[in-house]
Design a protein around this ligand. Structure first.
Ligand code: KIV
Ligand code: ZN
Length: 512
């Protein structure tokens, strides 16, 4: 058995299924490049057959990513598989990931198929896929709640047809570490050709055990691939968190005895990029990437760490990218330093003109703020990429008046399909007035289900980062906006969410 643990990142597929986390093509490309920089082994770029938008994203990622395998999810049918293979054509190394539910509940209630029909479809779909690509992963959806005898029958058949990776999803996050580990061990022991495939774990976090279950699948079950997402992003309580699983295996090499290809110094930048892009804020006490993960507040701990770091630290902050991010830029920093930082943060700009635009915005910001942090640069890059996506709405300017005892008034100028319009309104506060000013013109009728403000770099001088979550006709989207003025940041976030609502992605869900 190999000593390498394969890290399969599904931030752009399973992570994106989280309500409101949908990303544009440019955003996905930027994250894919960062995952490649992190040296993730496999990037699940999307679910090509679910929408034309997803097809284009998988294709674009397959075109640019060269060092990681690029994968597309597909239901176990010829149309989905062909579409995924088509999107993956440009990939230096591509993988088809087929899934079909095998639990009694899913087969009967969702698929309305008998076990024999599921068995046949699983077998034939892998046979079909194998003619298009060598690297085939098969996932029995809701695998952990499936009858082990039936699962053995299906998995033996798909390995015979050429599946090279077998992934056992705990789709609903029901597993317990020891039981999940043994479940995989038993499958591997009972299936005669199990050694012909790499075994993989895919755990959801509904009971807060996705990381523990995945690690048990590795340690007890002998799995050699973990499926995970940056920041544990994902539907409901999320997926197994990449940074936690990677740092557990690396820090406790004495226990796991496994090698990883991951360049952990890029973890923090990846975490920030995903959080800023999706608007899913990382909690301060989150392991590895939370703002407090390496902060020692108590006097006893501070004293101990100063005397000898390992008294209270089991990992080095710089190993996951913390110290690298202390480098700040200021108003005297030149275009080259700015460009270099963009590169280090994994932000690729298409042309010199784009870099010049972003640099001009950086200079404007540096005039208002003495130190520019990585988060500020990522926010600038998001603004720049939003204006590239030919968005329907774009922010131009805002003025508002508020005074104690008076009802605030706001007037917002923005573009609709490139044409400037102006909306005016009063409101309960300046933010409310500004968003109502936009809405007075757009009349989206969307319901706001979340509004949150976060100081990007911790002080009142910092940029405010606003997340707005809107819901309309069953769709939920997040918009993110950043600016030193939080009213402006709010208007930008609102327009960004409206843009996402506007894009008529008619998706097929991978689960449910
Ligand atoms: O959780 C799950 O079952 C999945 C499959 C589609 C692999 O995400
Ligand atoms: Zn999943």
């Amino acid at each position: 058995m190999t000593d390498k643990l394969i890290i399969f990142d599904t931030t752009l597929r399973d992570g994106e299924q989280s309500p409101g986390a949908s990303m544009t093509k440019d955003e996905k490309l930027r994250i894919a490049r960062q995952l490649e920089r992190l040296k993730v082994d496999v990037i699940e770029a999307g679910f090509a057959a679910s929408s034309n938008g997803d097809f284009e994203c998988v294709k674009a990622i397959a075109e640019v990513v060269k060092d990681s395998t690029v994968c597309s999810l597909a239901r176990a049918n010829d149309r989905d598989i062909s579409r995924a293979a088509e999107a993956l054509k440009p990939a230096a190394s591509g993988r088809l990931h087929l899934f079909l539910a095998t639990s009694a509940l899913h087969m009967e209630k969702k698929l309305r198929m008998t076990p024999d029909q599921v068995f046949e479809q699983a077998k034939l779909s892998v046979r079909f896929a194998k003619n298009l690509m060598g690297d085939i992963e098969f996932s029995p959806e809701d695998g952990y709640r499936s009858d082990p005898d039936f699962l053995c029958r299906v998995l033996e058949a798909v390995i015979n047809e050429g599946a090279t990776t077998i992934n056992v999803p705990d789709t609903v996050g029901y597993a317990i570490p020891e039981l999940y580990g043994n479940f995989i061990k038993n499958l591997r022991e009972r299936i005669p050709n199990s050694d012909k495939a790499i075994w993989s774990v895919h755990c959801h976090n509904d009971l807060g055990m996705a990381v523990a279950n995945s690690l048990a699948g590795v340690k007890i079950g002998g799995a050699r691939q973990v499926e995970c997402t940056i920041n544990g992003l994902g539907e409901r309580a999320g997926n197994c968190s990449l940074e936690e699983v990677v740092m557990a295996v690396k820090t406790r090499k004495d226990y796991f005895g496994l090698d990883l290809g991951i360049d952990t110094q890029h973890i923090l930048a990846a975490s920030r990029m995903v959080s800023q892009t999706t608007g899913f804020v990382v909690q301060p006490n989150k392991a590895v990437v939370g703002a407090n993960a390496f902060a020692h507040a108590s006097g006893i701990h501070q004293d101990g760490v100063l005397k000898a770091r390992d008294t209270y630290e089991i990992m080095r902050a710089e190993d996951v990218g913390w110290s690298a991010n202390k480098i700040v830029l200021g108003k005297l920093s030149g275009r080259n330093a700015f460009k270099q930082r963009l590169l280090e943060l994994g932000v690729a700009m298409e042309s010199e003109a784009d870099i010049n635009n972003a640099f001009a915005k950086f200079k404007e910001l540096a005039d208002r703020k003495s130190e520019i942090f990585d988060e500020d640069i990522l926010a600038l890059a998001s603004d720049e990429s939003a204006s590239h996506d030919n968005e329907q709405y774009g922010f131009v300017s805002l003025s508002q008046h508020s005074e104690t005892g008076e009802r605030p008034q706001a007037s917002v100028v923005f573009t609709v399909a490139g044409k400037e319009v102006k909306g005016e309104s009063d409101g309960n506060g300046p933010v409310d007035a500004s968003l109502k000013a936009i809405e007075s013109h757009v009349k989206s009728g969307a319901e706001m289900v979340l509004y949150s403000v976060n100081a990007i770099s911790g002080s009142t001088e910092s940029q405010g980062e606003v997340t707005v979550r809107l819901q309309n006709s069953g769709r939920v989207v997040n918009g993110v906006g950043a600016d030193p003025d939080i009213v402006v940041a709010s208007a930008k976030a609102y327009l960004s969410a409206l843009n996402k609502l506007q894009s008529k992605a008619d998706r097929v869900a991978a689960q449910g």
